[in-house]
Design a protein. Structure first.
Length: 202
């Protein structure tokens, strides 16, 4: 009987402690020489963790209200909004050229992930345009201005398409921090009016 009571007490204590913190469990593939990952809150490192032999890591922290976090893994950055009571599972293949990852256990972080996929899509297009510029310039060095002007049209069209998708995503998420996070990626001069209208809507 005493053992049963002790076991029940441990369950209760565990349940209470889980509500007083969040847990971020991560698994990496193709991590190569990466041994340690870092958790940022703003520009400050608030925690770090070594990968175990299975390339897994875990963070436990306290966030009474939703907070933005950046998980830095080598040159890669993954963004979350986490709060006490959440147990989040994160998986990433560091050689995935799209930069996509898997995430479960945090509704707002899942929305951040959705925006990250939008951002990565347009970022990859920008990289392709830059690569095309370098290739064409190598073949025709005397036509730099013409090539640059031609590709700038493609770059601008890509940026406008990205901004349009950002606005659509932000307005779809006025009730959570994912929308606020997304709207901050817009050019504040070009989209000042849109950003002000969004601020009035939240």
């Amino acid at each position: 009987m005493k053992k049963l009571i002790v076991a029940l007490c441990l369950v209760v204590i565990s349940a209470c402690s889980n509500k007083d913190q969040f847990v971020l469990n991560g698994t990496l593939t193709n991590s190569e020489n990466i041994k340690k990952v870092f958790l940022y809150e703003g520009a400050q490192i608030v925690d770090s963790a070594f990968l175990n032999e299975d390339n897994k890591f875990r963070f436990r922290r306290t966030a009474p209200s939703p907070q933005f976090y950046n998980l830095k893994v080598g040159d890669n950055n993954y963004f979350f909004v986490l709060v006490n009571g959440e147990e989040v599972t994160f998986k990433a293949n560091l050689k995935d050229p799209t930069g996509n990852y898997e995430l479960e256990g945090s509704e707002i972080s899942s929305k951040i992930k959705e925006f990250s996929e939008i951002n990565n899509h347009y970022s990859n297009i920008s990289k392709e345009i830059e690569g095309e510029f370098q290739v064409r310039l190598g073949k025709e060095p005397g036509r730099e201005k013409e090539i640059r002007d031609e590709l700038f049209i493609k770059y601008k069209a890509n940026l406008e398409a990205f901004s349009k998708d950002v606005l659509a995503f932000a307005h779809k998420n006025t009730d959570n921090l994912a929308g606020f996070y997304a709207i901050g990626s817009l050019d504040p001069v070009e989209y000042e009016q849109d950003m002000m209208e969004y601020a009035d809507a939240i």
